[in-house]
Design a binder for this molecule. Structure first.
Ligand SMILES: Cc1cc2nc3c(=O)[nH]c(=O)nc-3n(C[C@H](O)[C@H](O)[C@H](O)COP(=O)(O)OP(=O)(O)OC[C@H]3O[C@@H](n4cnc5c(N)ncnc54)[C@H](O)[C@@H]3O)c2cc1C
Length: 536
């Protein structure tokens, strides 16, 4: 093992959280090295042309409302480093299957008039929800993305809450999304928009927390849209890297870290797979919790409460993602006019069906009628594929590979080898065919990424878990990732901070976990210096 590289801080992993942390530490004048296992930086924010040379596909994530709503990202002013946001004509659509659509536009009046046409009264109810969000949205997002306790943002949230109905609004956010949709709206369209957005995390739709998350994602869609980076998700990562390196930061790719070195309860650096040692008093780990605690950091170097907490840590479900290169636009039945084409499309028959599908996944059953999130990427950003074609994807959740008991469709073993993936991708494609007759005839190429492929491309995505651990309430906020950490980045090992989606506030490309980790490191450093100055 060779040594001799010394830095102020090492960041393990160049996902969005790692890169946000690296930028903030470099802003403070620190000498920062980022070590990334893969040959390309970005974690789950990457794109490629693997499927077809003329088509850019986002390998993992695609839409970034959280990035444009979160101060952790916006404060970096990535537009000055080449980032350009693009929007589809409409934000989100949900076809009913009979040719009718629920549509979310960035113009709230347009959304409301569409909903009202489908069910009288739902337009005004929608505008009412928007008005509530106007009062609480910004401080709520700030509070959710701050470390615990969110004192300042919480104080800003209180007056808005009081003006928007006080406890009634708190109760609304705590209501399960399936009930909330029924309480707020008379027709199915707005209910589907809310429930589909709650389905971006792994809340059962009948659980508390699902309503709040559904409102959050829906209202972000309404206020900031679901933007995409021009050229592909990689462009967001490239901007983060460009900003970091312009400050003198260094990034090494193809360099998996195999160990975090701890001496006397404090980190001293890391070791990499090729035997290099890098020394630093601060290590920020953009690493999923089960691979960090008891993996890169030995159990004997961790506080007992963290080790105990990790015994109960729950991953989120697995994922199958299919990318298509299509020779034409998706032939949706009753498609909205091109001027109102949505970037994101949800596919499910009803809120009840979604509830059942998510319950299947939670109980180890591969769904026969998968609830799909899909993305029309060329509709969202014309640079993704030649004019008249569509770079398209769909993903859906499945049980974790080790937790699969059966397949409700009777075809898939749940081991997610090649045959399982192709059969399941056929099931997803057949479902799309029912919504878009003629879809199959447009397929020039198809790629299926299952739990194993996703993990091979990013070790944080264990079994295809996209959020670094379940988003359900018992592992959120002050409980994330383990109660011992109290919703903060400090791990109990001096100098080691958790910045990944496993940390509060969880999954999504908002950079908040990275910002929280960097701020904690800077604060501890300043406190140490002050203490040293006071000690003669
Ligand atoms: C299929 C999919 C679709 C998604 N869609 C969306 C979406 O549309 N919008 C949205 O906001 N979010 C979406 N998400 C979630 C979002 O992408 C993640 O929550 C986010 O990327 C988490 O960022 P991170 O920095 O914590 O980790 P990651 O992005 O997972 O990055 C972690 C990085 O650390 C590296 N690493 C891990 N271990 C080591 C090691 N030992 N040594 C060196 N490097 C290491 C990995 O290689 C990786 O590059 C999606 C995720 C997936 C998988």
């Amino acid at each position: 093992m060779t040594s001799g590289h010394r830095h102020d801080a090492i960041v393990i992993g160049a996902g969005p959280n790692g890169l946000v942390a690296a930028n903030l530490l470099a802003d403070a004048g620190w000498d920062v090295l980022v070590l990334e296992a893969q040959s390309t930086p970005g974690g789950a924010v990457r794109s490629d042309r693997e499927l077809h040379p003329d088509f850019v596909h986002d390998t993992f994530s695609a839409f970034y409302p959280l990035a444009v709503a979160s101060r952790a990202m916006t404060s970096l002013q990535l537009e000055q480093h080449g980032l350009v946001w693009e929007h589809a004509p409409a934000v989100l659509g949900h076809p009913f299957g009979d040719g009718q659509w629920a549509l979310l536009h960035r113009d709230r009046e347009l959304t409301a008039s569409g909903l009202d046409a489908l069910h009288a009264g739902d337009g005004e109810a929608w505008l009412d929800l928007c008005r509530t969000w106007d009062r609480i949205g910004e401080p709520l997002v700030d509070a959710l993305t701050s470390p615990f306790p969110p004192v300042r943002a919480g104080a800003r949230l209180l007056p808005g809450l009081a003006r928007s109905g006080g406890l009634d609004t708190v109760r609304m956010m705590a209501t399960p999304v399936a009930s909330l949709g029924r309480e707020l709206f008379g027709g199915p369209a707005a209910r589907l928009l809310l429930a589909g957005n709650a389905g971006h995390a792994d809340f059962p739709l009948s659980s508390p927390g699902s309503g709040g998350f559904g409102v959050l994602m829906t209202m972000l869609g309404q206020t900031v849209g679901f933007p995409v980076p021009q050229g592909g998700a990689q462009a967001l990562t490239d901007a983060l890297v460009a900003r970091f390196t312009s400050l003198g930061g260094r990034l090494e790719t193809g360099t998996p870290v195999t160990r975090v070195v701890v001496r006397g309860g404090a980190v001293t650096g890391v070791a990499t797979r090729d035997g290099e040692r890098y020394d630093a008093p601060v290590v920020v780990a953009d690493v999923v919790a089960p691979r960090l605690f008891g993996g890169l950091v030995r159990k004997e170097d961790l506080p007992a409460r963290v080790v105990r907490g990790m015994r109960d840590f729950e991953l989120d479900p697995g994922t199958v993602k299919v990318d298509w290169a299509l020779t034409g636009a998706v032939p949706w039945a009753g498609a909205p006019a091109p001027a109102a084409a949505p970037g994101t499309v949800h596919v499910a028959d009803s809120v009840d069906e979604m509830t059942q599908t998510l319950a299947q996944v939670a109980s180890g059953v591969v769904p026969d009628r998968p609830f799909m999130l899909t993305g029309q990427m060329t509709t969202s950003d014309a640079s993704r594929s030649p004019a008249g074609t569509e770079s398209f994807w769909a993903y859906t959740h499945v049980p974790q590979p080790g937790a699969t008991r059966s397949d409700a469709g009777g075809e898939v073993s749940g081991r997610w080898g090649h045959d399982d993936l192709e059969r399941f991708a056929d099931r997803m494609q057949a479902r799309l065919e029912t919504r878009a007759p003629g879809f199959g005839a447009l397929v020039a190429a198809r790629r299926v990424l299952g739990p194993h492929e996703l993990e091979a491309r990013n070790a944080n995505l264990i079994g295809g878990a996209v959020n670094g651990g379940t988003s359900q309430l018992h592992q959120e906020l002050v409980f994330r990732p383990v109660p011992a950490m109290r919703g903060r980045a400090a791990t109990g090992v001096a100098g080691l901070y958790l910045s990944s989606a496993s940390a509060h506030p969880g999954g999504g490309v908002h950079g908040a976990a990275g910002a929280n980790a960097a701020r904690a490191a800077l604060w501890h450093h300043r406190t140490r210096l002050a203490r040293r100055r006071r000690t003669p």
